[in-house]
Write a protein that binds this ligand. Structure first.
Ligand code: NAD
Length: 479
């Protein structure tokens, strides 16, 4: 018997059964049943958040610290159980699920600390006898809209700073991963948040998400997801003159130079391109390789890919879990067909795999002989598919790396300090990695990109304050 998970609106768990959540490793396994909010529930949630804002925004740092710290502690204490549930609903491996859960706990811990460190500035006015104070205040009701690929870390890195800086929240998670979203909200609710401060509205993006975009009472929206939806968020937010922040797709390059350590380069490429089934906005989908190391790199990649264990996410031996659902699987397979039609050569994988249970298993795919003009080089696939682009030298590699509408992460594998330094300075990406995978970042430093990947202030770390607060300048004449 599955338990019905309800929406949290104004401190009450509400709603009837609306949707079922299926395990992508075994489609016979129903993870749970979830209430589905509509426009009425969205409006109620927004009204509750609006009503709760004045008191929460004036609550002292201790009240906010207590809730965030307690939440961090509970997530950490339950990391194995929550991580397993995350792997069951999203399809990433157990190790990845537990790792992501630990990260969520660390994020809540970090922002618990930030509540005690919020400061302002006091400067003399240019007018004698007048003082000027600059302080930061919460912005109001924040709409949080999240994707399915990091079901607990992305909600954590938006909810934690929003609460720390005194905002109230309407949270709409992705339809595919309601269990992780519900779990995090349940923990925060029991940690002692006053009613209305955090509201959960599970449901369709086109219905609940759209109701949030259309409401003049949502003062800011933090969105992570696809470029198409991001553009809708932007257009609706401009209409309402609201603050918004978008984290969207990537087509991240990993450059491998002749002087790279081959083992490091292959580790970075396999991790960056295929771990989490390639379903990371920071995945390395373009492997840009100079000609002196090209053939050795491709041979070593084939060897390594052949040894990867692809299977049920809940099996401890699995290194690559299934694709998240049928729609994403079709997209991956369509792009594999497109790559072939465009003239790239499939050097490894790309086939559906049968396992003991019905699931969306796909062999990691590696193309060679591709150019940067091909669609597989320009469009985000969001699956375990990468392509190698052969280049002459470092200068060509940098030019190809930057020739993309996206700019989230980039990486270079080299033993040359000169090239590593030049690449860090000249790569048009928000995050640059040297001898590290393009995916995999710290929780206490800014996260975000450039060009078509991101819009607005950075997320995470102390930089998150920029989005979740507004600055007030106050003048006092003491007489
Ligand atoms: P998506 O755009 O389909 O959905 C994201 C969220 O938006 C979901 O909660 C969805 O329900 C909601 N939504 C859909 N239509 C809406 C509407 N009309 N109004 C309001 N909300 C609506 O994206 P997805 O498929 O869940 O996630 C995959 C995408 O997310 C990829 O492009 C990936 O690169 C991106 N992503 C980016 C980052 C980053 O930080 N840059 C991180 C993770 C994922």
């Amino acid at each position: 018997m599955t338990v019905l998970r309800k929406n949290l609106i104004d401190g009450e768990w509400l709603g009837e059964a609306g949707s079922r959540n299926i395990n992508p490793s075994n489609t016979n396994d129903v993870v749970g049943e979830y209430a589905s909010a509509g426009p009425v529930e969205a409006k109620q949630a927004i009204a509750a958040a609006k009503a709760a804002f004045p008191a929460w925004s004036r609550s002292g740092p201790l009240a906010r610290h207590a809730v965030l710290k307690k939440t961090s502690d509970e997530i950490m204490a339950r990391k194995d159980e929550i991580g397993r549930s995350l792997a069951r609903e999203e399809g990433k491996t157990l190790a990845e699920g537990v790792g992501e859960t630990i990260r969520a706990a660390q994020i809540f811990d970090f922002f618990a600390g930030e509540t005690l460190r919020l400061s302002g500035e006091l400067v003399p006015s240019v007018r004698p006898g007048v003082g000027v104070e600059m302080t930061r205040e919460g912005v109001g009701v924040v709409g949080i809209i999240t994707p399915w690929n990091f079901p607990i870390a992305i909600p954590a890195w938006k909810i934690a700073p929003a609460l720390a800086y005194g905002n109230t929240i309407v949270f709409k998670p992705a339809e595919l991963v309601p269990e992780s979203a519900w779990t995090i909200v349940d923990i925060l609710h029991r940690a002692g948040l006053p009613k209305g401060v955090l509201n959960l509205v599970m449901g369709k993006g086109s219905v609940v998400g759209q109701a949030m975009l259309d409401s003049p009472d949502v003062t800011a929206i933090s969105f992570t997801g696809s470029v198409g939806t991001g553009k809708r968020v932007a257009a609706a937010s401009v209409e309402h003159m609201r603050k918004f922040q978008l984290e969207m797709g990537g087509k991240n390059p990993l450059v491998v130079l002749d002087d790279a350590d081959l083992g490091t380069a292959v580790d970075c490429a396999v991790n960056g391109a295929y771990f989490s089934t390639g379903q990371r906005c920071t995945a390395s989908s373009r492997l840009i390789v100079t000609e002196g190391i090209h053939d050795r790199f491709v041979d070593a990649m084939r060897d390594r890919l052949d040894k990867l264990v692809i299977g049920d996410a809940l099996d401890a031996k699995t290194q690559i879990g299934p694709v998240v659902d049928q729609t994403q699987l079709k997209q991956d397979e369509d792009y594999i067909a497109i790559g072939r039609q465009e003239g790239a050569e499939l050097a490894f994988g790309g086939d559906r795999l049968e396992r003991g249970t019905p699931g969306f298993y796909l062999q990691p795919a590696l193309f060679v002989g591709s150019t940067n003009a091909m669609r597989i080089s320009r469009e985000e696939i969001f699956g375990p598919v990468a392509n190698v682009i052969r280049v002459k030298d470092y200068d060509e590699a940098l030019a190809v790396a930057n020739d993309t509408p996206f700019g989230l992460t980039s990486g270079i594998c080299t033993t040359s300090l000169k090239h590593a330094t030049h690449f860090k300075r000249n790569s048009e990406a928000g995050m640059v990695m040297v001898n590290l995978p393009t995916a995999g970042v710290d929780f206490h430093v800014p996260f975000g990109g450039r060009k078509g990947s991101s819009y607005g202030p950075r997320e995470q770390g102390r930089y998150a304050m920029e989005f979740y607060t507004t600055v007030k300048t106050a003048y006092t004449f003491a007489g």
